[in-house]
Design a protein around this ligand. Sequence first.
Ligand code: HPA
Length: 404
Amino acid sequence: MNDLLAAASLARRRAWAPYSGFPVGAALRASSGRIVAGCNVENAAYPLGQCAEATALGALVAAGERRVVEALIVAAGPPPCTPCGGCRQRLAEFADASLPVHVAAPDGTILLSTSLGELLPVAFRLSSGPEPVRVLAIDLVRARAPSFVPVFGLVLGSGLGAIAERLEPLADLDTRELPGFPVPTVEGHRGRLRLGALAGVPVACLQGRPHLYEGHPPNALAEPLRLLRDLGCAAVILVSAVGSLGPEIGPRSLALVVDHLNFHGTNPLIGPNDERIGPRFPDLVDLYDPALRAVLRRAAHRLGIELAQGVLAGWSGPCFETPAEIRMLRLLGADLVGMSMVPEAIAARHCGLRVLGLGVVTNFAAGLAPTPPNHAETIANAAAATDRLAALLESALPELARCL
Ligand code: HPA
């Protein structure tokens, strides 16, 4: 935070505050790491004066940045000089509620560390069109690939990122650049959006995905799917590492997900519903699209690739399940268990995306193999299945695209 403090303090010394005698400096850290600063600029006509946060935001936008990840204000206190109501709203245009906001005294003492959400629990939003942060994200993606419209979203999980290397790439974006996007933190999850073609079909591929167990709020997991939909995708292919609950589906098998049991104890749609995105009470019948599944089965048959199928139990993790939990899941009808696909499939259905779910079996679930499941095995077995998975997707994609 010292870099922000230094930038805000310098800006404060340059403030133009002859009427109030109350100079203020503000520094903002953009998602790229760049720091911009501003100071208050008063005017003899009082309403024309500008707060430090507002001038810093002007500098941020002029520098080509679109997202603020940390803010610090320096002014004489106490009490701490928090951003005014107008500047809280200004910040909300380029940050989400979790934005850390610090207020320091001129001697560098931190008087307050809070978040934008605490300062402004309800930000003003337009009543039509996508959320402002998603508009920013879409703008960013479109700026990188102006006439590209993906047909499929492809979401790749643990150890499966190598599939993205098979795309003819048009543009790569670090998901940390994308406003509103939850950033994956797990090893094996890279956090890249690759735009390109796979088997000649335009695809937006998320290499790495966020999970509930990382602490993301459930509704944040819907954001990547909504972005894919707003970019133009008609369907999403969700690929996840999964554990197998049955002896007939061994490690390194590929398995079509035919339905799910949601054991996450939560749902990405909990919270206020935005009717512009989807209905309050979406149904989940045939969530894993039967027509798309049939195409994949045909492609597997053509290639001589064995394709299992089963019901997936969504489990939050990060612990693998206990053997007793696995016995329970089996009794209740699950064939596979995984930590990622279920919330994504629900969010995809809600926003109108068709869904194909593909599990890459990395292990027998807890209690079904001599050794306990572990993450290294997940990554290694997922990677070992990559070539078969890529061949299957490449063979199926043109026909899948014709189904949409
Ligand atoms: N359990 C839950 N998630 C998983 C597993 C498992 O055994 N393997 C890969 N993802």
